[in-house]
Ligand binder design. Structure first.
Ligand code: SAM
Length: 285
């Protein structure tokens, strides 16, 4: 903080995560930081005001949103250089993750200003860790596009990445998005739907697109609220299965289920089991 004794001090920009629905998820460090900084840059000052008053935090806030952050970035750095500590928060979750803050942090890094995280909730990470999908590798791809054709391509790219994809979805277009998902990848495409995480009506649904559509159509209240969609990556196919592996597969195939045969052959030839199985099934059409 700025006072006469430390007027030479350079301030810090704290990137503070706030809850995505349950105020109890605000960390002790976040509370301490928000209480101590000189200024809070908030996506929506009224929204953040409610959080601050819940925790009895009195702080000076100013608006920092998509439309003004480029202009404000240099001003924030000047304030840091004057010794002020500033916290940057968004309406919910981790700033910069489909939220404002990138222009400011980018300029801070360019100009050598001090930026430090106060980590906490993020809907993408909260969703994927309970999804049942592989978490060894995953990608966050932001909001689904607004237009149908772009959305279909987006879903195809996501699945073709070969790893779990996490995306944010708007309550207004969830059904249209699921129609596009089915159109692009078929009714049987697996999907995980997570809604209202950390809130009273938290819901997870794992199943095919058609099952999810039926689930949401039967109870339209489930379409409302904040939604994360996740898609499993399609295992990469093997371009050139060696002829010896094919011979061995042909022998085993008559004795056991194809999946088991592929497991044995993949082990023997040092290939990925799932990739071999998918390749053979793909070839058989
Ligand atoms: N920065 C936030 C974060 O760290 O998750 C995301 C902000 S983005 C503008 C808002 C979107 O995040 C929502 O439309 C929804 O897709 C997702 N989201 C936020 N809170 C959520 C929650 N409690 N449950 C499910 N999805 C949520």
């Amino acid at each position: 903080m700025l006072n006469e004794e430390n007027s030479q001090k350079i301030g810090t920009l704290y990137i503070v995560a706030t809850p995505i629905g349950n105020y109890d998820d605000l960390s002790q460090r976040a509370i301490a930081t928000l209480s101590q900084v000189d200024l809070i840059a908030a996506e929506d000052t009224r929204h953040t005001g409610k959080l601050l008053s819940h925790f009895g935090i009195k702080a000076k806030t100013f608006a920092l949103h998509d439309h003004n952050e480029k202009q404000k970035a240099q001003q924030i750095i000047d304030q840091l250089n004057q010794g002020l500590d500033i916290a940057l928060v968004s309406d919910a979750g981790t700033p910069l993750i489909s939220d404002p803050g990138y222009a400011v942090v980018n300029l801070c890094r360019e100009q050598g200003a001090h930026v430090t995280p106060i980590p906490g909730a993020c809907a993408a990470i909260t969703a994927v860790c309970c999804s049942g999908l592989p978490t060894d590798r995953f990608q966050f791809v932001g909001f689904t596009p607004a237009k149908s054709k772009a959305r279909q391509e987006f879903f195809i790219d996501a699945v073709n990445s070969g790893i779990t994809s996490i995306m944010y979805e708007s309550t207004h277009r969830i059904m249209a998005s699921l129609d596009d998902l089915a159109e692009a990848l078929g009714d049987d495409q697996q999907v995980v739907f997570a809604k209202e995480l950390t809130k009273t009506f938290e819901t997870f649904f794992n199943g095919s697109v058609s099952e999810l559509k039926a689930f949401l159509t039967n109870d339209p209240t489930k379409q409302r609220g904040e939604i994360v969609l996740m898609l499993p990556g399609k295992p990469k196919l093997i371009d050139d299965v060696p002829p010896e592996a094919r011979k061995m597969l042909a022998l085993l195939e008559s004795e056991m289920p194809m999946k088991k045969a592929c497991g044995i052959v993949a082990d023997y030839f040092g290939m990925k089991k799932n990739a071999l199985y998918k390749t053979i099934i793909d070839e058989k059409g």
